[in-house]
Design a binder for this molecule. Structure first.
Ligand code: GLN
Length: 562
């Protein structure tokens, strides 16, 4: 056990208490990886034998992430129970290895919507409805629902401390601690810059952001310092002294080449033991073995494979971002590492393929992925990309829009259905091989956009002796005989048009998965190709660093062979 001189919690009382809440706030700048830090702490606590859940708080008035542009907010991650959330929930699932549910995503919009609903329903029985306690109580209620039946519930507070927008959530953490001091811990993740003209790491910004926390009545128990290089002892001492924590509680979280190193780095500094010690709890087991092995693999593999991800949400001003496809990118990495290769990813805007032609842009790649998307822009480039992959036998994996575009490509270029398209792009298409799902049409007409797509986990039955089936058997998800039932996460309004099923399959398209009633085509593939599979669902939401997704694994095996 590490010795902590300023343990603030009373260990004896702590033992009897239920779920422990660990709040994680950010300071100095945004985008410092609070999500990864939270997820890593989750992985550490789980490795010690505890049940861990994690919540993300977003300060937007949006009720979920479904109505926010990907370039604005990054990927929309979809949970099993079908809520469209922030990408950080994806990190939680990947690191903790457990599904995260609806209640684990909290936005200001949800809170206000519920408080206003209650007010209209006279549920406050004539009281003044106020930010405190009514809004804070609703926030706390949601956190408690998310934490129920778990030993630990991590709550990542979106934004940076001191912002006007997220203050009410900090206030809720303060109230929670006041009510139950032994169940609440606060971790502050803040940035220590090294200005190039000084060449020296500065701790003052962290001190100041902790001051802001203090002014809200919050004293952090642990400070995680983010920086480009590890924080030295001298700076740890400064932070400890000025921020009122023990030096052991100042943890260094430097930039690393792989995010999966973070649990190992934090655990080297005894993060797990410190947290448990603060709550007066003993570790049940201690085991980050598999993570350490993974980090070792990531660091040592040499052989490279070049993968092109051809999508449409990369550009933001002068910068190219890959945030819109985090889960896709991570899934490719998981599968590559499991196959002992290092993935070199290139992000290509499909519009570039339209301008320069597929050959110019795509030559030399060992594998091509077309991820999800919406709307017209860039779709012809995706179709050109897919044609290139099919004709040149480059392993191809199409995810949602990538599957729909592959269907269109096949219809146009193999089945000879000129003018094929999705009605999402061309309502008057000569051959609408992809069309809107019947129940979705009404929703769009009524402008019911929020949370109305086909969302969350749905079952799919695989056809035996197909590439897809082989992948799931190899991945141990289904047995080689018997019912081939899988469950995958969805987010779409359009689907394969069954009026073209006969024509397309007789031209050689293989339908390797459908919904259990057989009505919805879930997976397509083509013959005589090393790997050409498109799924209506998003396999990327269920890939884990320690357990890659079968379709990504199958794709990667073909890539490696190439
Ligand atoms: N735009 C398509 C649809 O709504 C695909 C969605 C996606 O790629 N997630 O069906």
């Amino acid at each position: 056990m590490v010795k902590i001189s300023n343990t603030k919690l009373d260990k004896k009382s702590a033992k009897s208490l239920k779920t422990k809440f660990i709040f994680i706030s950010g300071g100095v700048i945004s985008g410092i990886g609070k999500g990864i830090t939270s997820a890593s702490i989750g992985a550490i606590l789980k490795s010690k034998g505890y049940k861990v859940s994690a919540v993300k708080v977003d300060m937007y008035l949006n009720q979920d992430a479904g109505t926010i542009r990907p370039q604005e907010h990054g990927e929309v991650f979809v949970t099993v129970d079908g809520i469209e959330t922030d990408q950080d929930l994806g990190h939680y699932e990947r690191f903790i290895g457990e599904p995260i549910y609806k209640h684990n995503y909290v936005t200001t919009g949800q809170i206000y919507a519920e408080v206003l609903r209650k007010e209209r329903a006279f549920e406050y029985e004539g009281e003044d409805v106020e930010a405190i306690p009514h809004v804070t109580d609703e926030i706390i209620r949601r956190w408690e629902v998310a934490g129920k039946n778990y030993d630990f519930c991590l709550v990542e507070l979106g934004g940076t401390v001191g912002e006007y927008q997220n203050g009410i959530f900090f206030e809720a953490t303060r109230i929670m601690k006041l009510r139950d001091p032994y169940s609440v811990l606060h971790i502050h993740v803040a940035y220590l810059p090294i200005p190039s003209y000084l060449g020296e790491m500065k701790s003052k910004p962290v001190q100041q952001s902790v001051r802001v926390l203090n002014s809200m009545g919050i004293e952090p128990d642990i400070i995680v310092g983010r920086s480009s290089v590890p924080i030295d002892e001298r700076r740890k001492e400064r932070v400890a002294l000025f921020c009122n924590v023990d030096k052991t509680c100042v943890l260094s979280n430097p930039d690393v080449s792989s995010i999966y190193e973070v649990p190992v780095i934090l655990e080297q500094q005894k993060a797990g033991e410190i947290i448990l010690e603060k709550f007066g709890i003993k570790p049940k087991k201690q085991d980050l073995k598999e993570w350490k092995k993974l980090v070792q693999t990531i660091k040592t593999i040499k052989k490279e494979v070049k993968i092109a991800v051809v999508g449409k949400y990369f550009g933001v001003g002068k910068f190219q971002l890959s945030d819109s496809y985090v889960s896709v990118i991570e899934s490719i990495k998981h599968a590559a590492w499991a196959n002992k290769v290092r993935p070199v990813l290139t992000f290509i805007d499909s519009v570039e393929v339209e301008k320069k032609g597929a050959k110019d842009v795509l030559q030399g790649f060992h594998g091509i992925v077309v991820p999800g998307g919406f709307g017209k822009r860039g779709t012809e480039g995706m179709i050109k990309t897919i044609e290139y992959a099919r004709v040149n036998k480059v392993p191809y994996l199409g995810l949602c829009y990538g599957m729909q575009m592959a269907t269109i490509e096949f219809a146009r270029n193999v089945a000879g259905l000129k003018g094929s398209n999705t009605t999402e792009v061309d309502e008057d298409s000569a051959h609408p091989v992809i069309h809107i799902m019947p129940d979705q049409e009404k929703k769009l007409l009524n402008r019911e956009y929020g949370a109305t797509m086909r969302l969350g986990a749905w079952d799919c039955v695989l056809a035996r002796k197909t590439k897809a089936e082989q992948c799931y058997v190899a991945g141990g998800v289904i047995k080689a005989s018997g019912k081939a039932l899988i469950s995958e996460r969805h987010r779409h309004r359009y689907e394969f048009n069954n009026a073209y099923l006969e024509q397309l399959t007789s031209a050689g398209l293989i339908v390797s998965g459908t919904s259990p009633d057989g009505n919805l085509v879930e997976i397509i593939e083509v013959k005589d190709h090393p790997f050409f599979v498109g799924s209506q669902f998003h396999p990327e939401f269920q890939s884990r660093p320690l357990l890659p997704h079968p379709l990504f694994s199958g794709f990667m095996k073909a890539v490696v062979k190439k």
